[in-house]
Design a protein around this ligand. Structure first.
Ligand code: SAM
Ligand code: DTB
Ligand code: SF4
Length: 358
């Protein structure tokens, strides 16, 4: 167990207020009685913005101690899942997300391709599995899938799953029927990010609303698939937007099982190309808060690692991140090399984390 000398965290008023059981080791409060949450017996726990903000703004050591304690309660802190991404349909997207290289509305966006054939996807997935990935995420630059694509997509899910990989897709907005068909095909997770706070969303994308994103998440949840939902930080938002975005996720009727946290990769030609870089300490605070608010979810250190030092990534793992994307490319942007990540795992004594059994 973690040393108890600084367990109370009571020196910081705001953090103490969010930690009613001050004598309890940080993070050791039973699930279902999460600190700072008024939890009426039959209702799901609800985080208030004020309690979450107090955690986010706490002294760094207190925040990290608390987040790491929560992390250790639910996960092996020395195990990190390796996931792999493939862009199965790139570019030419009609949406205007200000961060994205794949929008047809931005200058210099990547060239548009057609939906990949199943055999080509399976060949890539097999290579990823043989290189150690246990989760395979397939992304398409669409507003949403078209009826004519659904047959190929569902067959693709079955073929990739039969390799023994956990499967995830991100295809844009889904109707209830789309979600049910993907679920029936065996898709484990659907990724659909709320990306930022409701307040800031309109600064980032105008061709759809934050509420549209929640509709798709509802259809995914009702289909029985697991929800993968996170966002991007470093888009010029305020700290309170980062807090509000995580509170929104934690307060969903059921929090997402998977929470990707992306740090903006500035893409030339996009509206966010010149966004001021986010302070790395703020980034770690975001990861730590995600871990505390969603104790049993996978917190995925996603886009932006190429611009992060090993030390920053080590802090993110300590704060509760337990998945990364491996391989030289994400969807369209660069990612650290497998050699670099292998060395990072060795330096930090990390081992691969297998996905939990269904
Ligand atoms: N078209 C689908 C959609 O919007 O739901 C899926 C693809 S989209 C590329 C998936 C996520 O990747 C976005 O929601 C965003 O969080 C992240 N992302 C995209 N471009 C990024 C960038 N330049 N830097 C960091 N994250 C990015
Ligand atoms: C997510 O939140 N991050 C991944 C995954 N979901 C699909 C995508 C990151 C994309 C980074 C930019 C690019 O490669 O174009
Ligand atoms: Fe299209 Fe998705 Fe990129 Fe937005 S994030 S422009 S929806 S591919």
């Amino acid at each position: 167990m973690i040393a108890t000398r600084f367990d109370g965290l009571s020196g910081h008023t705001a953090l103490a207020a969010a930690t009613p059981a001050a004598a309890t080791p940080a993070g050791a409060t039973a699930a279902g009685a999460e600190p700072g949450v008024a939890a009426p017996s039959s209702e799901p726990a609800r985080w208030t913005l004020a309690d979450a903000q107090a955690l986010y703004e706490a002294p760094f050591a207190d925040l990290l101690f608390r987040a790491h304690g929560v992390h250790r309660l639910h996960f092996d802190p020395n195990a990190v899942q390796r996931s792999r991404l493939l862009s199965i349909k790139t570019g030419g997207c009609p949406e205007d997300c200000g961060y994205c290289s794949q929008s047809a509305r931005h200058d210099g966006g990547v060239a548009a391709t057609k939906l990949m054939e199943i055999d080509a996807v399976v060949a890539e997935a097999r290579k990823a599995r043989d290189a150690g990935a246990t989760r395979y995420c397939m992304g398409a630059a669409w507003r949403g899938p078209k009826e004519r694509d659904m047959g190929r997509l569902t067959a693709m899910v079955g073929a990739v799953k039969s390799l023994g990989l956990e499967t995830c897709m991100t295809l844009g907005m889904l109707t209830p029927n789309d979600a049910q068909r993907l679920a029936q095909a065996g898709l484990d997770y659907y990724n659909h990010n709320i990306d930022t706070s409701e307040r800031y969303y309109g600064e980032v994308a105008t061709t759809r609303t934050w509420a549209d994103r929640l509709d798709t998440l509802k259809h995914v949840r009702e289909s029985g698939m697991k929800v993968c939902c996170g966002g991007i930080v470093g888009m010029g938002e305020e700290a309170i937007d980062r807090v509000a975005f995580l509170v929104a996720l934690a307060n969903l009727p059921e929090p997402p099982e998977s929470v990707p946290i992306n740090r903006l990769i500035p893409i030339p030609g996009t509206p966010l190309a010149e966004a001021p870089p986010l302070d790395p300490i703020e980034f770690v605070r975001t990861i730590a808060l995600a871990r505390i608010l969603m104790p049993t979810s996978m917190v995925r250190l996603s886009a932006g690692r190429t611009a992060m030092s090993d030390e920053l990534q080590a802090l993110c793992f300590f704060a509760g991140a337990n998945s990364i994307f491996v391989g030289d490319t994400l969807l369209t942007a660069d990612n650290p090399s497998e050699d670099h990540d292998g060395a990072l795992f060795r330096r930090l004594g990390l081992k691969p984390l297998d996905p939990p059994l269904p």
